[in-house]
Design a protein around this ligand. Structure first.
Ligand SMILES: [Zn+2]
Length: 189
């Protein structure tokens, strides 16, 4: 900060007060001893979130934290878990280095973290975020979650052939198809 009178670059603060939207400082130049006032404001490189309807909204960690907290309500999680997840996601969003990030991209980051943290929280969040249009897509999500991750790639083919078999032999009168766990042990069912 250069003194507006003599251009000297050093000063001392003689008074400082919070003006609500920033800090107002009264400074005294160390060279000419004249006084001047500076205002200090927090400057964030705000990331804008592009919502699904196209509107933009500033990214706020608080808001992210609130939705995480809602998803994790009453879950037996160690203290600070939600803060850690919020910090990690915020860091990821910032590290993208973009001025605008689609809300879907942030949603995916949240899903990734919650899947590792707590399955119930994950499902709660997913059910809102993914906005499941039908029970089938919701069920797919749950089933994918219940399958051990290591074996996940092998599952879809088995499931598909099983479902095909069922539909040919016994049309799903009550729409109770898709119970691969029961059927897995009995391929002739
Ligand atoms: Zn000066």
């Amino acid at each position: 900060m250069l003194c507006p009178f003599c251009g000297h670059d050093d000063s001392k603060v003689v008074d400082s007060r919070d003006s609500g939207d920033g800090i107002r400082r009264r400074r005294e130049c160390l060279a000419c001893n004249r006084r001047y006032t500076t205002y200090e404001r927090v400057q964030t490189n705000a990331v804008m979130v592009i919502k699904r309807d196209g509107r933009r909204e500033e990214f706020h960690r608080d808001k992210l934290w609130a939705s995480l907290n809602k998803a994790c309500a009453k879950r037996p999680l160690p203290t600070g878990s939600i803060d850690k997840v919020a910090d990690a996601i915020e860091a990821e969003v910032v590290s993208l280095g973009k001025a605008e990030v689609p809300s879907d991209a942030i949603g995916e980051l949240v899903m990734e973290r919650l899947r590792d943290l707590d399955r119930v929280a994950y499902i709660r969040f997913a059910s809102i975020y993914r906005d499941f249009r039908d029970i089938e897509s919701f069920k797919e999500e749950i089933e994918a979650l219940l399958e051990p991750r290591e074996t996940a790639p092998a599952v879809p083919t088995n499931q598909l052939s099983f479902l095909d078999d069922v539909e040919v032999g016994a049309p799903p009168a009550k729409r109770r198809r898709g119970r691969p766990k029961k059927a897995a042990g009995d391929p002739t069912a």
